[in-house]
Structures are given as C-alpha cells and as structure tokens.
Design a binder for this molecule. Structure first.
Ligand code: RET
Length: 266
C-alpha cells in the first residue's frame, strides 16, 4: 500500500494534533488540582494519567508512522509502505490501559459511597478490558470473516458497558443537584458519541471500495481513531474537571468561589 503526499500529511497532522491536545490537557489537569475539593482530585489525577499514557503512545505511533511510510524521491511522490509495518498494537495497548481508567475517572468524579463506586467498577473495568482484547485480533486482519467475528464478540461487552453507564449509574445519582445532573448527562453523551466512533472506524475495511478500503480507508480510520481519542480523553478530561469544579463550588463556595463562580463554573 502507498499513501499520496496529501494522505500522508493528513495522518501526520492529525497525530500531531493528538499529541498537543493530550499532552497539554494532562498538564492542565495536574495544575488545576487546587481548584477542586480534595475528594475530586483523584478523578483529575486519573484523567491526567490517561492523557499522559496516550501522549506517550502517540509519540510511538507518530515515529512508527514516519518509518512505515518514508517519503518518496520527489516532493509529490507517494509514501510507500517500507519493510517496517504500521503497528496498530500501540493503539490497542493504549486503549487496554486508558479505557478502564476513563471509567475509573468517571466514577471517581461522582464521589459516590465506596460501596456504590465498587459496585459499578467491578462491572465496568473488566467489560472494558474484554472489549479491547476481543477487538484486537479482528483489527489486525484484513479478512472479512475474522474481522466480523471478533468485532461482534467485542461489541457484547461494549453494549453491557453502555447499559451499566446509562441505566445502573443513573440510579446512583440521587441527591445530586440539577446542574450536576445536567453535566453528568452531557458527559455521558460525549462518551457515547466518541466511543461510538471506534466500532464504526473499525468497520471501514469491511465496507471497502475506494473511500473506505485501501489507502483512503487507512487514512480515514487513523483520523477517526485520533479525533475520537482527543474527544474521549482530552475533552472528556476537561468536562470531568468542570464537573468536579461545579460540585466543589456547590459544596464549599467559601473556598472554591462565590456566587459568580457558581454561575460560570470554569
Ligand atoms: C473495537 C472492535 C470492534 C467492536 C468495538 C470496539 C470498540 C472500541 C471502543 C474503544 C474505545 C476507546 C477509547 C479510547 C480512549 O480514549 C475494539 C474497535 C465495540 C469503544 C475510549
């Protein structure tokens, strides 16, 4: 397979954007610790860890991409696949670590009782890990049969996760204010919208054709995964921060802000 210079630049730029957003969101979340009450700080630390782990993997993906598709002899020449394969393993190792942690940070920012948090996490964390492990064998093959087979298996824990997040978690929210509930609702929709991109991008090679298959499909899939990662980790981290901040102000306006801060909550 070869990439045109435009296709190469698209992937190059989107990987670069992912590094910048993830790295600086991690710094921001660590620097913003003092703006939220102690009980919410763990959520920010976990979110910063997620963005940090992803930054590391994007550096690896970036290097790997440049080596796999070295420039041709002339400026407009195609970037041919070299003898160094493009390794999707980095993404899957990244997700294997970060997807369970994203669920940990989501539960952490709700500051539920220890028992209620545990009840959710014992379901969410193994389901997340299973979803990623089952998806990997399907990702690295281009054959339709195994790609569909592993994709379907991986979708089962995915649906279970969504059920726990949208049904069981809702029951644990009694006693939260209307503003906090609204923000939690946003958080879950952003999660659904970004997580939904992954199985769709995974399915591109199955659709095939010029647009979804071959080099075009590769570019589209890398772009889809990278933008979804930015939303699911960096934007999501900022929303976690905002939720933590709103709750801190509600609970202790003296320390974390007055009437004005409560209205803006940033
Ligand atoms: C796979 C395989 C095909 C079926 C499904 C998948 C789901 C992947 C998801 C990944 C989420 C990743 C995140 C990364 C970090 O930010 C594995 C593509 C359902 C939901 C949130």
């Amino acid at each position: 397979m070869s990439l045109s210079s435009d296709q190469f630049s698209t992937v190059y730029n989107v990987l670069s954007l992912a590094i910048a957003s993830l790295m600086f969101t991690a710094f921001f979340l660590l620097l913003a610790q003092g703006r939220v009450a102690p009980r919410y700080r763990n959520a920010l630390i976990v979110s910063a860890t997620v963005c940090g782990i992803a930054t590391y993997h994007y550096f690896r993906i970036f290097d790997n991409f440049k080596e796999s598709y070295p420039p041709g002899e002339t400026v407009d020449a195609a970037h041919m696949l070299s003898n160094i394969e493009f390794n999707e393993g980095y993404r899957y190792v990244d997700w294997f670590l970060t997807v369970p942690l994203l669920l940990v940070e989501t539960v952490a920012v709700l500051a539920l009782t220890q028992a209620a948090s545990r009840r959710l996490l014992v379901k969410l964390v193994p389901a997340a890990a299973l979803m990623i492990v089952l998806g990997y064998p399907g990702e690295i093959t281009l054959e339709t049969g195994p790609r569909v087979f592993w994709g379907v298996l991986s979708t089962l824990p995915f649906l279970y996760l969504l059920y726990v997040l949208f049904v069981e978690l809702t029951r644990a929210l009694d006693g939260k204010s209307a503003q906090v509930r609204a923000q939690i609702s946003n958080l879950r929709w952003i999660l659904l919208a970004s997580w939904g991109v992954y199985p769709i991008a995974y399915a591109f090679p199955l659709i095939g054709g010029d647009f979804f298959g071959g080099a075009g499909g590769f570019v589209l899939r890398q772009t889809g995964y990278s933008i979804a990662d930015i939303v699911a980790k960096a934007l999501f981290g900022i929303l976690i921060y905002r939720l933590a901040r709103t709750q801190s102000i509600e609970e202790d306006p003296q320390t974390y802000g007055g009437e004005h801060a409560l209205r803006t909550a940033v």
